[in-house]
Design a protein around this ligand. Structure first.
Ligand SMILES: Nc1nc2c(c(=O)[nH]1)N[C@H]1C(S)=C(S)[C@@H](COP(=O)(O)O)O[C@H]1N2
Ligand SMILES: [Mo]
Length: 555
């Protein structure tokens, strides 16, 4: 148990730590039928004609095999590192999941339309209920780093380990096709499908099919299961992960549509987590039941005998993996800043070279505007904002200063006179929800032309009237080139009406290639500065400072 101070305790370790899963009954029925229908066919087949015939197993011994056999050292290392990274990915994924504990197949995330939720709460309708209020606790025993609203740290782990996962996968697949080992995984004849079904019929009727020695080959069902984790589940996880990127989705929305939309991609990403978990359970069970010692020697030391050494080293490997969870837990709470910087060292250059190059340009139709739009953030408590709000922001003046040739002040009317641009885009919150809305406002580009930043101004800081989760003013920064992108606006309007208080009146930022927390609401002033390092704790924004969020969240 971490010794949080009172403020962090209230967020990370709340009173209400209940864990409940609710699944829409119709979805539950679909899952049930997907599982039960094949089993019923298998039972029927055995009832009518008995257990199917499986071809006799070829008998091998060392020295007289021609095809692929054995487990070369690269297979054994890939197997270990894959397990290592996958576990960290799954554990950090759970922390990310419960930060918005609902999954949908639509784009708007209207409460009540989720197909599964991991919270006992329905969204109250009699008061403002922000996405942050909705975040749930998860035990650090299951998740990395666990607790509640730790999405920043969890993302650091997810994005660092996904690099390891991808490198391991690429290394494995390259070696696979550089040797004859691919023949073990890739079915080369339709007979494999028939045989896989017949093998399934055995398992479904609680019989073991004749087991080949895995050193020389797999049974057909095993082959298909391995092939689909390597060639279907892993790539699909990576692809659905990318389909949650605001930079990608607001540039090429067809990409998210490949998976049925942005939220559907998130749901599939979660179902794949279940796929991996299910694979793990069945795989480990069968490894244990079909000659544990021999199987462990295969995959750990590459020999085909009954000595105990593979098993012993295997347990050491499992211990190392479990120690990595403890080490990750320790780093998460003792050195979160170092973790954040490690993630930044990997991601930032990569994003600058890839996703951040996309110019957001995806527009949606009016009829796609979300009926519900989750609110987030803390409403301003400052009296000056309340007074301005009470008078409809008549006396509001946006000051734009810092490293500019021509510091200026703007009333809302002045801003309106610069010309309002409108577009309909999808908002992506770091917590996981999305929503489509029409935004109307002044392009930052126009403002920049008026105030004329000096050459030394590389960063633009937006300061809010509002506070932040752990106290202090909410602010965030953007690089100059990102605010110059076509769809970066200071929004005065949402869905054709002036911004309401909850959604950021009088002004909020829109930067469609990034996540929601970069879009400061209730903007008080804008300042051009040299570098984000000059402000706060120097990480680029209040959430970056206090919650270890990314400086540039294109994903
Ligand atoms: N001032 C301020 N702006 C903020 C926040 C905040 O807490 N304070 N939250 C951010 C986050 S996390 C998101 S997702 C969006 C939410 O915008 P919405 O309330 O219009 O949905 O606002 C962003 N802007
Ligand atoms: Mo957010």
């Amino acid at each position: 148990m971490i010794s949080f101070d009172a403020a962090h305790r209230a967020v990370h370790y709340p009173e209400d730590r209940r864990f409940r899963i609710w699944i829409r009954p119709s979805v539950l029925a679909i899952f049930f039928f997907i599982l039960i229908i094949p089993a019923m066919f298998a039972w029927g087949q055995v009832f009518v004609s008995g257990l199917p015939h499986l071809p006799a197993l070829p008998q091998f011994n060392e020295g007289q095999v021609s095809g692929p056999h054995g487990f070369p050292v690269w297979v054994r290392y890939s197997h270990f590192f894959n397990f290592f990274f996958l576990m960290l990915l799954m554990r950090s994924g759970l922390s990310i999941l419960v930060d918005h504990p609902r999954l949908y197949f639509n784009n708007d995330c209207t409460p009540g339309t989720e197909w599964i939720r991991f919270t006992p709460l329905s969204v109250p309708t009699d008061r403002i209920w922000t996405a942050k209020d909705d975040a749930r606790y998860i035990s650090p025993i299951f998740a990395l780093p666990g607790y509640r609203h730790t999405v920043g740290v969890a993302r650091s782990w997810h994005f660092i380990t996904v690099c390891g996962f991808i490198i391991t996968g690429v290394f494995f697949v390259i070696n696979l096709f550089h040797s004859d080992q691919w023949l073990r995984l890739v079915p080369t004849s339709w007979d494999t499908v028939v045989e896989a079904w017949n093998t399934f019929v055995y398992y479904a009727n609680f019989h073991f099919p004749p087991e080949p020695n895995g050193y020389y080959g797999y049974n057909a069902l095993q082959q298909l299961a391995y092939a689909s984790t390597v060639f279907v589940m892993a790539p699909l996880s990576i692809m659905t992960g990318l389909a949650m990127s605001p930079a990608l989705v607001n540039r090429f929305s067809w990409y998210a549509k490949l998976f049925g939309g942005r939220q559907s991609a998130r749901s599939i990403h979660f179902l794949l987590l279940n796929g991996f978990l299910g694979f793990l359970v069945v795989h480990v069970t069968l490894v244990v039941l079909t000659g544990f010692r021999r199987n462990m020697n295969h995959i750990v030391i590459g020999s085909d005998d009954l000595k105990p050494i593979g098993m012993i080293l295997g347990f050491v490997g499992i211990a190392v993996v479990m120690l990595s969870w403890i080490a990750a837990h320790y780093i998460s709470w003792k050195h979160p800043r170092a973790l954040q910087h490690a993630q930044k060292a990997v991601s930032y250059p990569l994003l600058l070279a890839t996703l951040n190059r996309f110019q957001p340009s995806q527009h949606y139709r009016k009829d796609q505007i979300s009926p519900y739009f989750w609110p987030n953030g803390k409403m301003p408590l400052r009296d000056d904002w309340k007074k301005l709000a009470a008078e409809n922001f008549r006396d509001y003046r946006l000051t734009v200063g810092g490293l500019v040739e021509n510091p200026m002040e703007f009333s809302l009317r002045d801003l309106g006179a610069l010309g309002i641009e409108k577009f309909i885009t999808m908002h992506h919150c770091i917590q996981g929800w999305s929503g489509i809305a029409e935004w109307g406002g002044v392009p930052m580009k126009k403002l920049i032309e008026l105030v004329r930043p000096k050459d030394s101004a590389k960063t633009v800081a937006f300061f809010s009237f509002g506070g932040s989760l752990y106290g202090g003013t909410y602010y965030d920064t953007q690089t100059l080139d990102n605010v110059l992108k076509a769809e970066c606006i200071l929004a005065l309007e949402m869905n054709g009406a002036p911004l309401t208080e909850v959604y950021g009146s009088p002004l909020r930022l829109r930067v469609e290639n990034q996540l929601g927390y970069k879009m400061v609401k209730w903007i008080e002033r804008i300042e051009f500065i040299e570098s984000e390092k000059e402000l706060g704790k120097g990480e680029g924004g209040k959430n970056e400072d206090d919650e270890y969020f990314d400086l540039l969240p294109n994903i």
